[in-house]
Design a protein around this ligand. Structure first.
Ligand code: CP
Length: 308
């Protein structure tokens, strides 16, 4: 199925064929960038980059992708600097941008907000993170990273650790890896931050074995340990955050006690959940993961504008 004009809102409604097609184009974008750091593939395109929540990787890797494809970006880097601060709705913003650009990338705090924009806009909308909902482009770059680190997406044991309740990256990753017959998902979190039941049930419906635990040593036996930050900004009760922060800290000693071939991933930013002495272990894949985001986002932009 062609991706031209398609919105990228969630990994829930994507097929295995979709994921494999995106991986193929991402590989081509990596090759293209190595041969030709700035191409003219999208030189006639303008892309809106609308970020109403803080971001380093998603926004700047999208902007890098736009530059590497020869396109132009128009950027709003905070809610305070857009008319959202005056009460403009997401739908009105989308209908306005429709007359300016060829694609819209949006991060904003409302779960489902990207879909509201997509329903209002004719231009394709790419969700750069909607509250505690989904972060599909992160999950897709995670897939590309897993493929490069492990040589396959099939039949892997994947542990997700930390804030699984509010962590939109692990929500998206659970669905993105689901078509590849995971051996097991190990959801490792304090009870209050466990994976939402709706997602656990969806995984059971897909016949994926799921283990819930609060013991990180179980997670260290997986092929991939995907660490996440406890998301302070999503807690209604600051005392609960204070109690739960620092629940899991992955140290060099812990990594050495686990599966020797384990890949350590993290969407970043980290606070204290991976100590910096892990960074130079070959298992530490998280900065490679962040770098892969440029190729993945180049691929999505080329695909939704009909150039790949
Ligand atoms: N992984 C991720 O979404 O990072 P940013 O919040 O810096 O974009």
């Amino acid at each position: 199925m062609s991706f031209k004009g398609r919105d990228i809102l969630s990994t829930v409604d994507m097929s295995k064929e979709d994921f494999l097609e995106i991986m193929k184009v991402t590989g081509k974008m990596e090759e293209l960038t190595k041969k030709e750091p700035v191409s003219n593939l999208l030189s006639d395109k303008i892309v809106a980059v609308l970020f109403m929540e803080p971001s380093t990787r998603t926004r700047l890797s999208f902007e890098t992708a736009i530059h590497r494809l020869g396109a132009k970006a128009i950027t709003v880097a905070s809610a305070a600097s857009s008319s959202a601060a005056k009460g403009e709705t997401l739908a009105d913003t989308a209908m306005t941008l429709d007359g300016y650009v060829d694609a819209i990338i949006v991060r904003q705090p409302q779960t489902g907000g990207a879909r509201i924009m997509a329903d209002a806009a004719k231009a394709p909308v790419i969700n750069g993170g909607d509250g505690a909902g989904q972060h599909p482009t992160q999950a897709l770059l995670d897939l590309y990273t897993i493929l490069k680190e492990k040589g396959t997406l099939e039949n892997l044991k994947i542990a997700m650790v930390g804030d699984l309740k509010y962590g939109r990256t692990v929500h998206s990753l659970s669905y993105a890896m689901a078509p590849f017959s995971p051996k097991e998902y190990i959801y490792c979190a304090p009870e209050e931050l466990q994976m939402p039941e709706e997602i656990v049930k969806d995984m059971a419906d897909r016949s994926i074995p799921v283990r819930k635990t609060a013991d990180i040593s179980e997670a260290l036996q997986a092929d991939i340990i995907y660490m996440t930050r406890i998301q302070r900004e999503r807690f209604e009760d600051p005392a609960q955050y204070e109690r739960l922060k620092g629940s899991f800290v992955l140290t060099r000693d812990l990594v050495k006690q686990g599966n020797p071939n384990i890949s350590v991933m993290h969407p970043l930013p980290r606070v204290d959940e991976i100590t910096t002495d892990v960074d130079d272990l070959p298992n530490a894949a998280y900065f490679r993961q962040a770098h892969n985001g440029v190729y993945l986002r180049m691929a999505l932009l080329a695909m939704v504008t009909g150039r790949a």
